[in-house]
Design a protein. Structure first.
Length: 84
């Protein structure tokens, strides 16, 4: 999984680029990221409540943060083992 998908997802989510977020949802190979984006966009376009909208937004941001940190840790480990 390329971390660029997570960078794009974060950017699009923070700046309200919903069309680009939808395209990313379709193109990403990370099924969980796609599902989180789908839930958020559905909550945004068909809000049941403001609380549900905020919850799906926070869940998406939390997953992106987790994925970026995991990718960073994996890259750090890979780089440190290459030096050996």
């Amino acid at each position: 999984m390329k971390s660029i998908d997570y960078d794009k997802a974060l950017y699009y989510t923070l700046w309200g680029h919903w069309d680009d977020l939808l395209v990313l949802m379709v193109r990403t190979s990370d099924n969980l990221l796609a599902k989180k984006i789908e839930h958020f966009l559905h909550a945004y376009h068909y809000p049941v409540s403001e609380q549900w909208l905020h919850q799906t937004h926070n869940e998406l941001l939390h997953y992106i943060d987790h994925a970026l940190l995991t990718n960073f840790d994996d890259a750090t480990i890979l780089m440190s083992t290459e030096r050996l």
